[in-house]
Design a protein around this ligand. Structure first.
Ligand code: DGY
Length: 321
């Protein structure tokens, strides 16, 4: 087995008990040629969202490969049909990171609206001279309208937080959810363009697919309110970053909070990095100690089951995130 990064002990212990695994020791991902070399002859590979699993990698692993266990709920880095063609099982880590990811989406929403990072920079730069009636004003979060795009597990967890803030909750997804799901959340289904037009806050929770790539682009941004705040904790390419930078600079929308960017890491000279109204954190939505431990345990369980030829506890499905 090859484990493409050191993961929390909750997973490494299970893997070590099952076999003598090769664990990549560095903080940075294995360079592509090293990854291809290391997987040769493996029966199982534990990958991260930074490792591309495609025909090239599957060829390099060879016919003995039985399982790819992705240490993430998202698996857009894995060519699942290519794995299926070779009889390679694919697992992911759904469910355990739902609340933790929603917490971070909420933190970004609050911080972008109330200019927390900007305020912190202001203080540290020595600019704080007095209490100011016009200093660092932002929109209210409470009782505003939130539009949640992608109403799976994480989107619904964000809706629960929005309920606590007395917000009007709109959602959009490929299909309208049954009333017994959306009703208790007080969430109303609307078409995407209506959601974008009406929302003060737009939070993205879709999988990255060909349909959702650049879902937020110059045209869709133009339909949003000039006071709107965009939050993205899904995948970077769901948003056209260049269009977002222009929209933030020109006042087409008011602010953004991003956990994910395209590419990752975002280059220091990317226009988004230079904007005070764009808050960016380094893809840490699931980064609580407890959640990363649970993800490790799940990914290890998938890996070990897969190499034994047993059904994976959590195989990838078309379920929403
Ligand atoms: C995921 O699991 O897909 C997140 O992006 C990382 O936890």
């Amino acid at each position: 087995m090859f484990v493409a990064r050191r993961i929390p002990e909750e997973g490494l212990t299970t893997i070590a008990a099952a076999c003598d695994a090769d664990v990549w020791p560095d903080e940075l991902p294995p360079p592509r040629d090293e990854l291809l070399r290391r997987v040769a002859g493996c029966d199982g590979i534990l990958t991260l969202l930074t490792d591309r699993v495609d025909d090239e990698l599957l060829d390099a692993a060879g016919p003995g490969l039985r399982v790819v266990s992705n240490y993430a709920v998202g698996y857009d880095n894995v060519d699942v049909p290519a794995c299926a063609r070779r009889g390679v099982a694919v697992g992911n880590t759904p469910g355990v990171l739902t609340e933790t990811t929603a917490d971070l989406a909420w933190a970004l929403l609050m911080a972008a609206a109330r200019r927390v990072a900007e305020g912190d920079r202001y203080v540290r730069a020595g600019h704080w001279l007095t209490w100011g009636p016009l200093l660092l004003l932002g929109p209210d979060v409470h009782h505003a309208t939130i539009g949640i795009v992608g109403f799976g597990r994480i989107g619904q967890a964000v809706a629960r937080r929005a309920q606590g803030f007395g917000m009007d909750i709109l959602y959009h997804d490929v299909a309208q959810l049954p009333d017994d799901v959306s009703g208790p959340l007080g969430a109303t289904y609307v078409p995407l363009d209506e959601l974008l037009r009406r929302s003060d806050f737009v939070s993205l929770h879709v999988n990255l697919t060909e349909e959702t790539r650049h879902l937020i682009n110059a045209n869709t941004l133009a339909t949003m309110k000039p006071t709107a705040v965009l939050i993205n904790t899904s995948r970077g390419p769901v948003v056209d970053g260049a269009a977002l930078a222009t929209a933030l600079r020109d006042g087409t929308i008011w602010a953004a909070g991003l956990d994910v960017t395209d590419p990752e890491p975002i280059p220091a000279d990317d226009p988004l990095v230079g904007l005070d109204n764009c808050l960016i954190v380094p893809h840490i939505a699931s980064a609580s100690r407890a959640t990363r431990g649970k993800m490790a345990a799940m990914a290890a369980a998938n890996l070990v089951a897969g190499v034994r030829g047993e059904p994976l506890p959590t195989p990838v499905t078309a379920d929403p995130v």
